[in-house]
Design a protein around this ligand. Structure first.
Ligand code: ZN
Length: 241
């Protein structure tokens, strides 16, 4: 486990790695020693089972959206139930942290950009999202609100661990709700980083939520949520009023 110290934090979330993986690859956007802003890239419909359960066809290319850094919430912090919707859904996901700046031009280059990984929740107000989808509007109100991205403590990654063979579970009040394996992703992490790199120059500290397997469902005030994997350990949150 690595929790790197940083002068900045959002609700207990330790921000970007203070020291990028390769100094030579870093752009000039951040002053030496400062912590770059964190972007939270998210992928929708990256598991066929989840696309099906929401009656969406499997996408031909990754569905991308972004949450702000204010969405991050460290393990153990209470999840405030948002006031602008009623149906708060858990989406358990593998989260990958970027360790260097630049663009990933091919899947074989992706490993050099991956610094660490963990599990996280892409919390979604499903009722708000349904309304926005029907109106053809962007999803931010449903997915980018404060504390909508609970994230576990990071584990350093190296190529000896296959990111496409990680089993993980989500339990609510002890009941198994989601059980997935990253082998079932429609677009693996390396491909996702290539796709993101067509649009954005990756920065150290950027996070990627890689999509959720089937089994998403509602959370209520007082619920305890646990994410667990042999590769990352266990993380807990509780939904507060
Ligand atoms: Zn998601």
């Amino acid at each position: 486990m690595s929790l790197r110290p940083s002068p900045f934090s959002v609700r207990g979330y330790p921000h970007a790695p203070a020291r990028p993986k390769s100094d030579a690859a870093v752009g000039s956007l951040s002053a030496p020693g400062s912590s770059p802003a964190v972007r939270v890239f998210c992928i929708g419909r990256n598991y066929a089972g989840h696309a099906r359960e929401l009656a969406n066809p499997p996408p031909r290319s990754p569905v991308v959206f972004i949450k702000p850094a204010s969405a991050l919430l460290a393990a153990g912090e209470p999840i405030p139930f948002p006031r602008h919707g009623r149906e708060l859904h858990h989406e358990a996901e593998l989260v990958v942290r970027i360790g260097r700046a630049g663009r990933v031009h091919g899947p074989d280059q992706a490993a050099a950009f991956i610094d660490a990984f963990t599990l996280g929740l892409d919390l979604t107000l499903r009722d708000v999202q349904q309304r926005l989808k029907q109106q053809g509007l962007p999803w931010e109100l449903a997915k980018a609100f404060d504390a909508s991205a609970p994230v576990g403590a990071f584990t350093d990654w190296d190529a000896s661990l296959d990111l496409q063979n990680i089993e993980f579970q989500c339990r609510v009040n002890g009941e198994l709700r989601q059980s997935g394996n990253t082998a079932d992703m429609l677009f693996p992490v390396a491909r996702l980083l290539v796709e993101l790199s067509r649009v954005w120059t990756l920065q150290p500290g950027d996070l990627l939520y890689t999509g959720t397997p089937a089994g998403v469902g509602p959370l209520r005030v007082g619920d305890s949520i646990e994410l667990a994997s042999a590769a990352t350990g266990r993380f807990d949150w509780k939904v507060a009023a």
